[in-house]
Design a protein around this ligand. Structure first.
Ligand SMILES: Nc1nc2c(ncn2[C@@H]2O[C@H](COP(=O)(O)O)[C@@H](O)[C@H]2O)c(=O)[nH]1
Ligand code: MN
Ligand code: MN
Length: 294
């Protein structure tokens, strides 16, 4: 049992028995529940950029994992830009400034950004540990003085930056969070299981759009070179059983670029960079009907 409806109607997610082995979790839930195959899930074709936006809709432009390689990206028409993290290589202030300048030149009415594991300077606990334990792993980051990065978020003047927080834009409630399962000890890494679930439990019900850096289990989370599923099981259960956003946008696994749906939530892996860090995957546009109160 990974989700229970309590007496007051609230759904509580608990740690899945397969949490620590997502490939095994995928196989188990697929064999026993067909959870990741039709009719429960489908691939979705991206809409062409010249598709007219339906009346009463907002057009979201999704990008992720641009890794300081924004120069050649052709950006399509839209209302709101969503960037799901890894906008730099190492979170150096110079990279953040360059990214912010790029954002400033884009025509969208709103731009919403979260960090990924590469935005090292945005993770204060990571920076504190880096100085103590692993001085030579990221020399250019270790060389920074605290005053260079203490306020690195403030360099993002051309967007709304979300970190375990939400914003309402054009009536859509959007929540953003940077955490991913531990992998090689980068920023915003946490162990699978309760540590990550504690972060997902901060996501309020009633969110329309969820932005995470990494994928949930089973949705655009396949790493071919390792024949592994690497999505987070607790994130999937939180999305499908508790929060139920209309759109879950992420990146993180560059090879997983693409769109799927479970019939209610659309899952977009918008990784711009390929596995070889070439920024060649086009931005993905997605139209959502405006919430009725806006
Ligand atoms: N087996 C896993 N591979 C992973 C994981 N997270 C990322 N990756 C691989 O690295 C690239 C690039 O990721 P980045 O964060 O360095 O930009 C990604 O496309 C995967 O191939 C993981 O948790 N497990
Ligand atoms: Mn990346
Ligand atoms: Mn990443």
């Amino acid at each position: 049992m990974t989700a229970a409806r309590m007496a007051h109607g609230k759904v509580t997610i608990t740690v899945d028995e397969y949490s620590s082995n997502p490939t095994q979790a995928f196989t188990h839930y697929n064999i026993n529940q067909s959870r990741f195959q039709p009719p429960h899930v489908h691939m979705v074709d991206p809409i062409p950029y010249d598709t007219p936006k339906p009346a009463g809709h907002t057009r979201f432009v999704c990008v992720s994992d641009t890794h300081s390689r924004t120069d050649g990206i052709q950006m399509p028409y839209g209302d709101v830009l969503l960037h799901m993290g890894d906008f730099t290589e190492l979170g150096l202030p110079s990279e953040v400034k360059k990214f912010n300048d790029w954002l400033g030149g884009l025509p969208y009415e709103f731009k919403v950004v979260i960090a990924g594991n590469h935005e090292l300077t945005f993770d204060k606990d990571f920076m504190a540990e880096l100085v103590k334990q692993d001085y030579y792993r990221f020399p250019s980051v270790s060389k920074l003085k605290p005053e260079d990065f203490d306020n690195v978020q403030s360099l993002l003047t051309n967007c709304v930056y979300l970190q375990d927080s939400d914003v309402t834009i054009k009536g859509f409630r959007i929540y953003g969070t940077p955490w991913t399962p531990w992998f090689n000890g980068w920023g915003f890494n946490l162990p699978r299981g309760q540590s990550l679930l504690d972060k997902w439990n901060l996501i309020p019900e009633g969110i329309d759009i969820l932005m995470t850096h990494g994928p949930p289990l089973g949705f655009r989370d396949w790493v071919p070179k390792e024949l592994q599923r690497v999505g987070c099981v607790e994130l999937l259960n939180t999305v499908q059983k508790r929060v139920r956003p209309k759109l879950h946008a992420f990146g993180g696994i560059h090879e997983g670029y693409g769109i799927m749906t479970d019939g209610y939530t659309t899952f977009i892996n918008a990784s711009t960079c390929t596995v070889s860090f070439q920024p060649t995957n086009p931005p993905i546009v997605f139209d959502l009907p405006n919430p009725s109160s806006s």
